[in-house]
Design a protein around this ligand. Structure first.
Ligand code: UVW
Length: 337
């Protein structure tokens, strides 16, 4: 059992709540963070969630946003006909090019560092050079906490728990706009859990549905660009108190349909708006805890299935792209009931 937030040993130059070294074993520096909670015993327990034989995809199409926010590149999909190539046969190949954060995604632990020190999870200091792979070299720096390392442990398999905030808000008459900085508080998350009859277990993957991807998917490309350009969005309230709650619940990963999981823009302790480099949960989760964040997941069908079955827990599987040095990736995530 790891120490709770307030009891974590202090780490030089880092705020309270820095978990570096907590998952190191046998003198080896850890690069998987909270995924370590998913032990064989925890995964075997998670398999008990498969009782109905139904699975739901949690992946939004990669090209769902024409112009993704934060100046990211959207999908370019090129289809190649064999007829026009060296082989005269009927059939196709295709090529895709996209920013791994342009639609449903995992943020690896190197995606966002503690600011302004620039230090990542477990004290790592990646650079464009160490992350960029060269042909023929499997992985230049094996110690960096990038997503390809999930493959050596068999991807992510565990118990997923949905907190359907969107459905809860509709039921309770809580009105909000996904493109404003509506902050979902920890008290509200606890209320949703209680309302749904959910009890968290050690190593759960926590999923929060706000309705963001549904609303973004329902407007034109031009409107998407306008909304994303404001850098205002629904999400979990980003404070040290919320970070503490997440750490103390021993989640192995967190994900949601919101663009940053936490609300945008970040708020400073004095209540004024912060800038993107001041994102609170990104710094705690990715660089201090080693807790991966999933964003822009497609959760509408999951919400509907949970409501229909009357249960909000399931087996969750996810296999990111095996790109050596991969910073982000589509999650290829499934909920299995
Ligand atoms: C940033 O951190 C800028 O982006 P995201 O919310 O996609 O992780």
């Amino acid at each position: 059992k790891l120490p709770d937030f307030d009891s974590l040993p202090s780490v030089k130059d880092m705020p309270q709540g820095c978990a570096w070294g907590q998952f190191d074993r046998d003198g080896k520096k850890d690069h998987l963070g909270c995924l370590n909670y998913l032990t064989p015993a925890v995964v075997k327990e998670a398999y008990k969630e498969c009782r109905d034989g139904v699975s739901v995809s949690l992946n939004w199409p990669i090209g769902a946003i024409n112009t993704p926010g934060f100046a990211r590149k959207g999908l370019v999909h090129k289809v190649l006909s064999f007829k026009e190539g060296p082989f005269s046969l009927h059939g196709f190949d295709d090529e895709v090019e996209f920013n791994t954060q342009c639609s449903s995604q995992w943020d690896s632990l190197v995606h966002f560092h503690h600011q302004p020190s620039g230090t990542g999870y477990n004290g790592c200091r990646p650079s464009v050079e160490t992350l960029t792979q060269e042909f023929g070299k499997e992985d230049k720096d094996q110690s960096l906490p990038t997503l390809n390392h999930w493959h050596s442990r068999g991807g992510l398999v565990g118990r997923g728990v949905l907190l359907d905030y969107r459905a809860y808000a509709q039921e309770k008459g809580i009105k909000y706009n996904c493109f404003e900085d509506h902050r979902i508080t920890i008290k509200e998350l606890e209320d949703v859990a209680k309302h749904q009859g959910v009890e968290f277990k050690h190593g759960d993957i926590l999923i929060v549905r706000s309705g963001f991807t549904e609303d973004l998917g329902g407007i034109s490309a031009k409107e998407q660009e306008e909304k994303l350009g404001t850098h205002k969005a629904v999400g979990v309230e980003g404070t040290e108190q919320s970070a503490k709650w997440f750490w103390n619940h021993h989640f192995s990963a967190v994900a949601g349909d919101a663009i940053a999981f936490e609300a945008l823009p970040p708020k400073r302790p004095d209540g004024s708006d912060g800038t993107i480099d001041e994102l609170v949960l990104h710094q705690y989760f990715l660089s201090l805890f080693g807790l991966n964040i999933g964003e822009l997941w497609d959760l509408k069908a999951l919400g509907a299935k949970c409501k229909e079955l009357g249960r909000y827990s399931f087996l969750l599987t996810s296999v990111p792209l095996n790109v050596p040095g991969g910073v982000g990736s589509p999650p290829n995530a499934l909920a299995v009931f």
